[in-house]
Design a protein around this ligand. Structure first.
Ligand code: SF4
Ligand code: SF4
Length: 168
């Protein structure tokens, strides 16, 4: 009998942290605590490798065009280029190394584009509202905005989107 490993994201469309870990897509805790690092939430064997040549640190490796991307965690500087170029909006940068808050860098292709200093609602992978965050950096490449948000401590691995309308 062939054993097929069970992943619930194939039914729900929402990947769990435990599943990212099983697929070696989650940085180890020691690396997470060192500073910003990319997480490629790219669990299917699709023909794409755009993040590989764009990574300025050569931190992303793929054995073939349909293999899952692997990050050499200590080479990753958290620059966010992969966030800007990933056509699947599957790349994020997290920084859970700070005492006061966590920082999450996400791709954003909705209007309005938030500005630095805006308070925004922060959302989980499933779209659940997790609270409020503050936009601390915004840049753009080919109409994909790369937004860094300061979020409450403990939410760095959970926040994956924002509501684009700033809170008053
Ligand atoms: S954040 Fe920068 S260094 Fe890290 S994997 Fe992405 S492109 Fe490479
Ligand atoms: S560019 Fe995005 S979708 Fe393509 S392999 Fe990299 S992480 Fe996956």
């Amino acid at each position: 009998m062939i054993y097929v490993e069970k992943f619930t994201f194939r039914e729900t469309g929402v990947i769990k942290l435990e599943e990212l870990k099983r697929l070696n897509l989650l940085p180890p805790q020691e690396r997470l605590l060192k500073g910003p690092v990319a997480i490629l939430e790219c669990p299917e064997e699709i023909p794409c490798n755009i993040c590989v040549p764009f990574c300025p640190s050569k931190a992303i490796q793929m054995e073939s065009i349909i293999a899952l991307p692997k990050i050499v965690w200590d080479k990753c500087t958290g620059c966010g280029i992969c966030v800007a170029v990933c056509p699947g909006l599957a790349a994020f940068v997290v920084d859970i190394s700070k005492q006061d808050a966590d920082y999450v860098t996400i791709p954003h292709e909705l209007l309005p584009v938030p500005r630095v200093g805006d308070k925004v609602m922060i959302l989980s992978r499933s779209g659940e509202i997790l609270g409020e965050g503050v936009v601390i950096r915004v840049w753009e490449r080919n109409k994909t905005y790369v937004i860094t948000i300061k979020v409450p401590k403990g939410l760095g691995l959970e926040v994956r989107a924002i509501l684009s309308k700033p809170l008053k």
